[in-house]
Design a protein around this ligand. Structure first.
Ligand code: BGC
Length: 429
């Protein structure tokens, strides 16, 4: 039986961002950015200083890179060869949570256990070598208040992390203590950066004309190189924590999701746009169509990818995925609506993200011309969700008109690791 079409249409409308609204969001974002530069307390953007500018591309040496920002942690040993070249010498990675076995991020988990786990991974990356001295760059992908390149205090967990004893602490100190506990005194953390900053460093190491770096994955956030044009300050990358942007018009699903989250009121844009939450929004909307009071069907953004990319005549993949999550098989008419719903939620996400890019581009251009540039993006939603990139390109051209020809987005796959090694190299100066 097909869904009630009036109800369906009203849900689609609620997730639709038209051209006028898109422009308004981009303008509001730019406004918040300007406010944040002058008086951060009036802005919904945290605008966190990174204490690093762009690399020259000539950075050299072998460094350790800890990439800690989602449920999978990676440690890499990377040899920077200068001239934008590098080699990954060793790569190890493990999830922070394995259902029923261990969990370092859920409620009840503790800081020491988590950092000991990270030290264990670092030990693997150096092949148990406790002698050779290594400098380590740490990509820590949560909002952190920095006073220099080493010193970053976690302000607040995001992405539903709940490990006790880390908020308010200098994360590299916690890491250092764990390294010492585990006999790894030869490994010295020297830099900590956000993953957006890592992506920007990594892309700018390899090519020119890059000023904006973004993560579009489990979480979402963007940074850019602030030129401080009218002051004596050197250019510095600012981590906007754009996932916290709140001058938006949440619909009833956004509100419900926010209220049920670990941190209600926080990360409003992220909860409307990132991979961690898109599946929940989709679950809620579908539950409403089913007149089902509970929305925890547990759809993920990976399910949504499968639903969106099904081009078969009978939408058999949509049937399979929906039946797995809800316990009942949709008919063909319902499958079409379900696919449209998934595409609409993804499109909204991509349009919101693009509006923030354009807000930055407008701010950087000021009264002058938009510069030719590539926006460096990494993350599973951007890389893997069918249509994400196309939706971004469409929204860029809606907002920038002819200037859209000067701007494109490029995938910087693995930038989180490479960026950390570059930051460690830059810390040496
Ligand atoms: C964090 C950001 C991070 C983003 C992408 C957000 O939840 O607050 O610091 O850059 O996720 O990983």
């Amino acid at each position: 039986m097909a869904f009630d079409q009036e109800k369906f249409q009203s849900i689609i409308d609620e997730f639709t961002v038209d051209g006028e609204r898109l422009r308004e969001i981009a303008a509001n974002f730019r406004q918040d950015l300007k406010l944040g530069l002058k008086s951060p307390e009036d802005s919904s953007l945290r605008m966190l200083k990174s204490y690093v500018g762009l690399p020259t591309g000539k950075e050299k040496g072998e460094f350790l890179a800890l990439d800690f920002g989602g449920t999978n942690v990676r440690v890499l040993r990377i040899r920077l060869e200068g001239a934008g070249k590098y080699e990954v010498v060793k790569r190890v990675g493990k999830p922070l949570r394995v259902e029923g076995i261990y969990d370092y991020v859920g409620l009840g988990s503790k800081s020491e256990d988590m950092f000991d786990f990270l030290a264990g991974l670092i030990d693997e990356a150096v092949d148990g070598d406790h002698e050779t001295k290594y400098l380590l760059g740490h990509t820590f992908s949560f909002p952190s208040e920095q006073t220099d390149l080493y010193n970053a205090k976690l302000i607040i967990w995001t992405k539903e992390f709940a490990t006790a004893g880390v908020e308010g602490k200098v994360v590299n100190d916690l890491l250092k203590e764990a390294l010492e506990r585990n006999g790894l005194k030869n490994v010295e953390p020297v830099a900590v950066i956000n993953d957006t900053v890592a992506v920007l460093l990594s892309a700018a190491y390899k090519q020119e004309d890059i000023y904006i770096g973004s993560i579009y994955a489990t979480g979402h956030n963007t940074c850019y190189l602030e030129p401080y044009a009218d002051s004596a300050d050197a250019p510095m990358i600012l981590n906007l924590e754009s996932g916290g942007f709140s001058k938006l018009a949440p619909n009833r699903f956004d509100t419900m999701l926010d209220e049920a989250s670990e941190k209600p009121g926080e990360q409003r844009l992220e909860k409307m746009a990132s991979g961690r939450y898109m599946g929940d929004l989709f679950s809620m909307a579908l539950a409403l169509l089913h007149d089902d009071a509970q929305w925890r069907y547990g759809f993920t953004s990976i399910d949504m990818s499968g639903i969106i990319s099904d081009e078969s005549a009978d939408l058999s993949e949509v049937v399979r995925i929906v039946a797995t999550r809800t316990g009942s098989e949709p008919d063909l008419a319902e499958c079409r609506d379900i696919q449209k719903l998934a595409k609409t939620i993804l499109n909204r996400s991509a349009r919101l993200v693009t509006a923030t890019f354009v807000g930055i581009i407008w701010q950087l251009a000021g009264k002058g011309e938009v510069k030719e540039q590539h926006i460096a993006v990494d993350g599973s939603v951007y890389e893997k969700m069918p249509g994400a990139k196309e939706n971004i390109m469409r929204a860029l051209s809606e907002l920038l008109g002819q200037d859209a020809a000067k701007v494109d987005t490029i995938l910087d796959n693995g930038g989180s690791g490479l960026g950390a090694a570059i930051a460690a190299a830059m810390a040496q100066k």
